[in-house]
Design a protein around this ligand. Structure first.
Ligand SMILES: Cc1cc2nc3c(=O)[nH]c(=O)nc-3n(C[C@H](O)[C@H](O)[C@H](O)COP(=O)(O)OP(=O)(O)OC[C@H]3O[C@@H](n4cnc5c(N)ncnc54)[C@H](O)[C@@H]3O)c2cc1C
Length: 446
């Protein structure tokens, strides 16, 4: 059962409490026809519409004072080809339902991010990714869309049919149309062995890129001032590999108590006693236990995030990772307040999307988090210029300050995206403040 879209005062806000708006109307269409009629009427009457997925973007990308639409009633698989692995599903499908739905067909998503609360269309629209140098984010496995355009018409977009619209829609920012249905290239189901352990910071930094090449999925967490990192190395195993999942005690103690409840307590303590943060961070790094466990892929890729935070994440060219991260660390250690959330570092394959963060280049992802009750602005401002100077590309769903002119310089196909957007939504039915900032100087739209 999904939470209501707006509160009693009619206000929508996102998971990280970093974006909110008061929509003029809220709609949860029960059919595609209903949705298309709503779009056609908005188009005729000059009103704005925004589809929201799981409200898990930190930016105001999903905010609107027009009509806020949820596709929660338009979920589920629509076709599965177990031989090719091509799977179609409705745009509102929540990511957490996909793995169970694919299991009877012996299929799985090739890779996943840290959480599965998103809708598949929301995850695609912001370029959501996981870690693993042989794997792209969700947009890299998109093979086709059915989209409802601003005037309520429905079009198909694949590499063969409306190819430009297809390329743009793979990371479409909700700016092009409503994703009614998407086809994804899935893979035979598999198990994953997770190996979580602390490592000396220096060892991890020197070997991160190499490790990413030799292992399937590598990520690490580094706390301000810590000399160790918490590493997670995941190995893909055949579907019939023996399961050795976390015990109930480990789930309760490590994940719920230490990683969620305990970490929240630590954040609260760090807020009232900032001087204790270095000691708290040393404790937190050690508390992230050494453990090895094996389970179905989605159960390893995804973990609950119950302590709310705000996040900034940039993709930088993989080959520059070590130098960029050294600068980032110096800025974080030099920041004049204690930070109780770690930085998270991941990597992903290059893809051929137009404005995906890994478009055309292997990427290292550097993410900063700050506890929801603390002001993230000065912290992110201390680090963002370093990531920007490194030709970094901000995650479209995570906090950043970049504008259209700056984003054009890091995306060779930026103007192609804008041209498609101008063609399919010339009057800005899907526009909002965020899109005005990141796309505003589109031709004919300045
Ligand atoms: C705790 C947490 C963990 C996260 N972990 C990761 C991670 O590991 N990796 C990563 O890359 N990101 C991560 N994110 C970011 C998150 O994956 C993205 O912001 C994602 O877009 C959220 O999906 P959503 O369904 O909540 O979309 P929303 O935030 O609701 O919407 C995002 C965009 O999608 C558009 N949209 C939604 N549905 C449709 C549709 N049907 N058609 C067209 N456009 C649509 C919206 O209009 C909006 O523009 C995380 C976020 C949180 C809060």
């Amino acid at each position: 059962m999904s939470a209501p879209l707006v509160d009693r005062r009619g206000r929508w806000s996102n998971w990280g409490h970093s974006a909110s708006s008061t929509p003029a109307a809220v709609a949860v269409p029960a059919s595609e026809d209903e949705l298309c009629s709503l779009l056609a009427a908005a188009h005729r009457e000059g009103r704005r519409v925004k589809v929201v997925g799981g409200s898990h973007s930190f930016t105001d990308i999903a905010a609107t004072n027009g009509t806020l639409v949820s596709l929660d009633k338009l979920q589920g698989l629509t076709s599965v080809d177990p031989v090719s692995g091509l799977v179609s599903m409705l745009g509102g499908t929540r990511v957490w339902t996909i793995s169970d739905a694919l299991e009877p067909y012996g299929l799985a998503l090739p890779n996943m991010g840290d959480i599965d609360r998103q809708s598949i269309a929301g995850a695609l629209s912001t370029g959501t990714h996981g870690t693993g140098l042989a794997y792209t984010g969700y947009s890299g496995i998109a093979r086709g869309f059915r989209l409802a355009l601003a005037d309520g018409s429905v079009v198909t977009a694949t590499a063969q049919e409306n190819p430009e619209l297809f390329q743009a829609a793979r990371v479409g920012l909700g700016a092009l149309g409503v994703i009614l249905e998407v086809t994804l290239a899935c893979v035979p189901s598999f198990m994953v062995r997770a190996d979580e352990h602390p490592l000396p910071l220096r060892d991890m930094l020197g070997s991160f890129v190499e490790l990413c090449r030799s292992e399937d999925h590598v990520e690490f967490y580094w706390f301000q001032h810590a000399q160790q990192v918490a590493a997670k190395v995941n190995t893909r195993l055949p579907a019939d590999a023996e399961r050795a999942p976390l015990s109930r005690r480990q789930i309760l103690f490590d994940d719920e108590l230490l990683s969620n409840g305990g970490h929240r307590a630590l954040c609260e303590l760090g807020r009232v006693a900032p001087g204790s943060v270095p000691a708290l961070n040393r404790f937190a790094t050690k508390a992230l236990a050494s453990r090895v466990y094996t389970d179905r892929s989605d159960k390893i890729f995804v973990s609950p995030r119950r302590t709310r935070f705000r996040e900034l994440e940039y993709a930088v060219p993989l080959q520059d990772f070590e130098a960029v991260f050294a600068e980032v660390m110096a800025a974080v250690n030099g920041f004049d307040a204690g930070i109780t959330f770690p930085l998270e570092v991941r990597a992903a394959a290059a893809d051929d999307t137009w404005i995906g963060t890994a478009s055309g280049r292997e990427s290292a992802y550097i993410a900063l988090h700050r506890f929801v009750k603390e002001d993230h602005v000065p912290y992110f401002a201390a680090v963002e210029p370093i990531l920007k100077a490194a030709a970094g590309r901000p995650h479209w769903g995570k906090l950043h300050t970049r504008t259209a002119e700056e984003l054009r310089s890091v995306y060779p196909r930026f103007d192609d995206f804008l041209a498609v957007r101008d063609r399919v939504d010339p009057t800005g039915v899907f526009a909002n403040t965020y899109l005005d900032r990141v796309l505003r100087d589109a031709p004919g739209r300045a």
